[in-house]
Design a protein around this ligand. Structure first.
Ligand code: GAR
Length: 230
């Protein structure tokens, strides 16, 4: 059993958030980390696109930003990652949070950061990985969906699950409406998952992530809502 150990020294572990777009999860993480007791520090935001809206949001919060355009690297993932790794080292990063980072990594990079890199995906994994998870959920007719924070492994949108949040899926949902409902949950669970990781409360047991010393809450969500019995 491996304890996911974010502490390589110092006080709060230094976190890099990697983005490609609007950065609403990034903003939620930055906001949460402002609280005194939050056990991690958002040290840098790195974008692989110069036009990512999240860059301005991070700068407005006085979080340092770095842009490493991935397009010029084409399929040379290793060369892009060499630049990324050196930016991570420059900022003495110990943990990575992917927030809508739309670039695949090599197995080597993932292995190097295994147990120290989280991703969020807007579905209840392992259902609906990849593109258009909201449209996938609606097409499948599921009655609940949600969001998943997980450790990153070489396979896309897979890896030990840290936390999930559930929402109802309604008959008249469009992907946009469902996406907005799920996004609210994403903004709640991502900071909590990072809090757990940064405070050493997660341990990896093979493919399973477990909480150290705390039982999960028991509960149920039924959808569609059952009518009261007559
Ligand atoms: C979020 O919904 C996130 O879950 C999703 O991209 C969006 C980014 O939004 N990630 C994936 O689909 C990963 N496969 P944001 O830039 O506003 O955080």
């Amino acid at each position: 059993m491996v304890k996911a150990d974010p502490h390589h020294g110092g006080n709060k572990p230094r976190v890099a958030i990697l983005i490609s777009g609007r950065g609403s999860n990034m903003a939620a993480l930055i906001e949460a980390a402002k609280a005194d007791g939050f056990p991690a520090e958002i040290a840098v935001v790195i974008s692989n696109r110069a036009d990512a809206g999240g860059l301005a949001l991070a700068q407005a919060q006085a979080v340092p930003t770095v842009t490493i355009e991935s397009k010029p690297f084409g399929k040379d993932r290793a060369a892009f990652e060499a630049k990324l790794q050196s930016a991570l080292e420059d900022h003495r990063i110990e943990l990575i949070c992917l927030g809508g980072f739309m670039r695949l990594f090599t197995a080597e990079f993932v292995q190097r950061w295994y147990g120290r890199m989280l991703n969020i995906h807007p579905s209840l994994l392992p259902s609906f990985p990849g593109l258009d998870p909201h449209a996938q959920a609606i097409a499948a007719g599921v009655k609940v969906s949600g969001a998943t924070v997980h450790f990153v492994t070489p396979e896309t949108d897979a890896g030990p699950i840290v936390m999930q949040g559930v929402v109802t899926v309604c008959d008249d949902d469009t992907p946009e409406v469902l996406s907005a409902r799920i996004l609210e949950i994403e903004h709640q669970i991502y900071p909590e998952a990072l809090r757990l990781l940064a405070s050493g409360k997660l341990r990896l047991d093979g493919e399973i992530c477990r909480l150290v010393g705390k039982a999960s809450a028991r509960g149920a969500l039924i959808s569609p809502h059952l009518p009261a019995k007559a």
